[in-house]
Write a protein that binds this ligand. Structure first.
Ligand code: ADP
Ligand code: MG
Length: 232
């Protein structure tokens, strides 16, 4: 039986008649499956944002929480690299001003204050419900590798550890994960565990129609899911 905390996340979305999870809900869900997420706190006032940032530590990333804003940076709803409390306080107000201007109909539920993950190799993990095969899991390197080169691997869930290892081996640019061209060597064990946890989550949560963890930053040790989107 899945953790009641997981069911609760979906119930809240349903009660609010949302067909998607907010980033913080998607990250909480991933975290309940043991996946590595950024530290997150919700702030409803500038004061709360400052407090949350001081608790998490700098640099800080701020993001809009609004049911009308799914693509947050397009709407001016993401600020990264805020280095002190003053920058967080003014950033809080900048995001609200941007959203009011760019998406006048948006209801603002708060600002998500989060740890800024250091730069590293970016990978993506996603899932869609294929009409023929059912839930699939996808893995690839972020940025141009997925968008232009479509260098990704797929499996049908559930996957085994061997499947997860093969998914990493199958992508053409896998040498990047091995430390080619001055990139950090990526922690493959963490990628494998994250793929396995994603598969488990997809099997246990039929509410999920689509999943997009993009990007996931992978380090020599560990990883951080920086953005996560779930469609219900
Ligand atoms: P969008 O809804 O526009 O996809 P994201 O949450 O993906 O918004 O943020 C946009 C970009 O900002 C990300 O692709 C990433 O490069 C950067 N970013 C976002 N959150 C973080 C974070 N916590 N640490 C480091 N970089 C981040
Ligand atoms: Mg994103």
């Amino acid at each position: 039986m899945r953790d009641p905390k997981i069911t609760k996340i979906f119930e809240v979305a349903k009660a609010e008649e949302r067909n998607f999870l907010f980033e913080h809900e998607a990250k909480q869900l991933c975290n309940l499956y043991g996946m590595p997420i950024t530290a997150i706190e919700i702030a409803k006032t500038e004061e709360e944002a400052a407090k949350a940032a001081n608790k998490i530590g700098y640099p800080i990333v701020l993001k809009i929480i609004s049911p009308q804003v799914l693509h947050k940076s397009d709407a001016g709803g993401v600020l990264i690299g805020l280095n002190d409390e003053k920058a967080v306080r003014s950033g809080y107000n900048t995001i609200i001003t941007n959203i009011k201007k760019n998406v006048p109909t948006a209801t603002i539920e708060g600002i998500l204050v989060q740890e800024m993950a250091p730069k590293s190799t970016e990978v993506i993990i996603g899932s869609t419900n294929d009409p023929t095969f059912g839930m699939t899991i996808m893995f690839g390197l972020g940025g141009i590798f997925v968008e232009i080169l479509k260098d990704v691997s797929f499996r049908i869930v559930p996957i085994t550890k061997i499947d997860a290892e093969e998914m990493i081996e199958e992508i053409k640019a896998k040498k990047i994960l091995e430390g080619a061209r001055g990139m950090p060597k990526a922690d493959k064990e963490t990628i494998v565990n994250t793929l396995l946890a994603t598969s488990k989550m997809l099997v246990e949560c039929p509410e999920i129609k689509e999943l997009d963890m993009n990007p996931v930053l992978v380090y020599e040790k560990g990883a951080r899911i920086v953005d996560a989107r779930v469609i219900l």
